[in-house]
Write a protein that binds this ligand. Structure first.
Ligand code: TYM
Length: 350
């Protein structure tokens, strides 16, 4: 018996060993949002000793048209960004999605598990498609089910992401629970989103109500991980703020989206809480706070951008790292995919 409703009692994850999976689209340059919401935390999780698998999701990137040469370049640059941010390919598996065919295969199987009604609720599709839904690719619509496949192909139990990916991880849980229910199994875990820290949603430097994004037409709205020290400092100096001094407590940031964003960025870069940041700068205006933030951002980010430049000088080495990571990933993914086919009733006689 199948059911259209997500199941109430998911499989307990205690039966699965702790494993982290997460991904980033190589659909443009990496931003400070990607760094604070994802990359910095990816490296921390690896350093905590949890098994970590990280993926450049090129199959997701092509849900909107990508220039092939640029896609190759951006994938290498994103790989360099991971490594420069502290993801160590000797301790984490790092690869690009299309080199492990099992992602696309499990994605198809999950297209047959996920319900149209669930997809229709995905806010990111609505945001990206806007009034042009009819002209979007079928892939963009089905994308969350491929994301579920990315995660569940490794029986991952935890998924570090920024706030904007929460709904997709919840859908992953629904797909896992429905699969387990429909096939009377407890084969897939129900992974937890890990949305932690002060910068789970870094906002645009021009408009504190919009997410910082690689696709924003204004380059001044974001800090790119490839920006040099001068550019970082300039963008922070020019960031939209307000005329009030910083309050004594975070409650005082209510209704001040830009101020709150700059405080959160400071907190995440300095590994402090936003409360500690406002306590330190209470009463200071942005004339004081912005230069301090610019200095901090330059100190933390410019070593990353120079390391990326160094790594990018040897693209063959990056490709080698991704190839090796893909082999390691495939070794975990293949048996899980094979078992999924078997559970679903496909003959495996090859
Ligand atoms: P993507 O490529 O848009 O973003 C990659 C990661 O960066 C986080 N992020 C942010 N965090 C805070 N503030 C921001 N302004 C900001 N912008 C981006 C995202 O939340 C994300 O964690 N669908 C995913 C990629 C994906 C994936 C997966 C993630 C595919 N398969 C499996 C986890 C597990 C995406 O488009 O992320």
């Amino acid at each position: 018996m199948t059911t259209d409703a997500p199941q109430a009692t998911p499989t307990p994850n205690a039966a699965f060993k702790p494993r982290i999976f997460s991904g980033i689209q190589p659909s443009g340059g990496l931003t400070l949002g990607n760094y604070l919401g994802a990359l910095k935390r990816f490296a921390q999780k690896q350093d905590e000793g949890i098994e970590t698998i990280y993926c450049l999701v090129d199959l997701h990137a092509i849900t909107v048209w990508q220039d092939p040469e640029k896609l190759r370049q951006q994938t290498r640059e994103a790989a360099a960004g991971f490594i420069a941010s502290g993801v160590d390919p000797a301790r984490s598996i790092l690869f690009n999605q299309s080199q492990v065919g099992a992602h696309a295969e499990l994605g198809w199987l999950f297209n047959c598990v996920a319900r149209l009604g669930w997809m229709n609720r995905m806010t990111q599709f609505k945001d990206k498609a806007g009034k042009n839904a009819e002209k979007m690719s079928l892939g963009l619509y089905a994308y969350p089910s491929l994301m579920a496949a990315d995660i569940l192909l490794y029986h991952a139990t935890m998924v570090p992401v920024g706030e904007d990916q929460k709904q997709h991880v919840e859908l992953t849980r629904d797909i896992a629970a429905k699969f387990n229910h429909d096939f009377k199994t407890d084969f897939f875990p129900t992974p937890e989103p890990l949305i932690e820290g002060a910068a789970t949603r870094v906002m645009s430097l021009r408009d504190g109500t919009k997410k910082m994004s690689k696709s924003d037409p204004s380059d001044a709205s974001r800090i790119n991980l490839t920006d040099d020290a001068d550019m970082i400092a300039k963008k922070i100096r020019k960031a939209t703020s307000d005329a009030e001094p910083l309050p004594e407590s975070v409650e005082g940031l209510e209704g001040r989206a830009e101020a709150r964003n700059l405080v959160n960025i400071y907190a995440a870069l300095a590994d402090m809480s936003p409360a500690a940041v406002v306590a330190e700068y209470a009463g200071a205006g942005f004339g004081t706070f912005k230069p301090a933030l610019a200095d901090l951002a330059v100190a933390k980010l410019s070593p990353i951008s120079s390391e990326m430049t160094r790594l990018m000088a040897d693209p063959a080495e990056i490709d080698r790292v991704l190839g090796k990571g893909a082999e390691q990933a495939a070794a975990i993914a293949r048996p899980i995919l094979e078992k999924t086919y078997e559970i679903m009733g496909m003959i495996r006689s090859r």
